[in-house]
Ligand binder design. Structure first.
Ligand SMILES: CC(C)(COP(=O)(O)OP(=O)(O)OC[C@H]1O[C@@H](n2cnc3c(N)ncnc32)[C@H](O)[C@@H]1OP(=O)(O)O)[C@@H](O)C(=O)NCCC(=O)NCCS
Length: 168
């Protein structure tokens, strides 16, 4: 990808429709049944920690971060992460994740979790949550529940139910 043509920008309210269409095309109607969607339904994502990828004016990718708690510990839920099929395998997905995590770290956030494939998200520092230590509000393959510490030791002693954080 020619760096000059790709821009990663914080999401704005004007992006909502294009992102909704992208996610609908990518994940289909089944997305609403997923545990992660249930959390996102109940708590809005943070625009300043959510990013879009554009080539020219065309929106080609999106990642969102939503405030949650794990037990009593504040954290962020990463996702959905989506890149338009013709623009995949050029590093855009990883760039979006890294940009969002950097913005989160800069604002003092300490933990991010997601439901996804460890071989992919491991590249951005995510590791499986030890089985049973944290639970989503619905069935999730434990091998796909991943956590990244944004500050050293941030996951030490943390566990419990993953829920939306209505206080933020
Ligand atoms: C997953 C997704 C966001 C990756 O975006 P991308 O811009 O293509 O990602 P990157 O260019 O940063 O990384 C591409 C690399 O990751 C690999 N990869 C992509 N998805 C993967 C997965 N689920 N598991 C393991 N590796 C994966 C690709 O094979 C490629 O490998 P290579 O670098 O060895 O060629 C994109 O494929 C997508 O939108 N998929 C559909 C939606 C989805 O599954 N989102 C994640 C939900 S958990």
């Amino acid at each position: 990808m020619n760096d000059l043509s790709l821009t990663i920008l914080p999401e704005t309210p004007e992006d909502t429709e294009a992102i909704d269409r992208l996610n609908a095309r990518t994940f289909g109607p089944g997305r609403f049944a997923k545990s992660a969607y249930r959390i996102r339904e109940d708590a809005p994502h943070l625009l300043e920690l959510s990013f879009t990828a554009r080539v020219g004016t065309l929106l080609v990718g999106s990642v969102r971060l939503t405030p949650i708690v794990i037990g009593a510990a504040p954290a962020l839920l990463l996702g959905p992460l989506t890149v338009e099929p013709p623009f995949r395998d050029r590093g855009i997905g990883l760039m979006l994740i890294e940009r969002a995590l950097k913005a989160a770290r800069d604002k003092g956030h300490r933990l991010a979790v997601l439901v996804g494939d460890e071989p992919y998200y491991g590249k951005a520092g995510f590791k499986p949550v030890p089985k049973g230590r944290a639970t989503m509000p619905g069935p999730v393959d434990p091998a796909r529940l991943l956590v990244a510490e944004l500050a050293p030791g941030a996951f030490d002693g943390v566990g419990g139910a993953i829920r939306p954080d209505w206080t933020r």
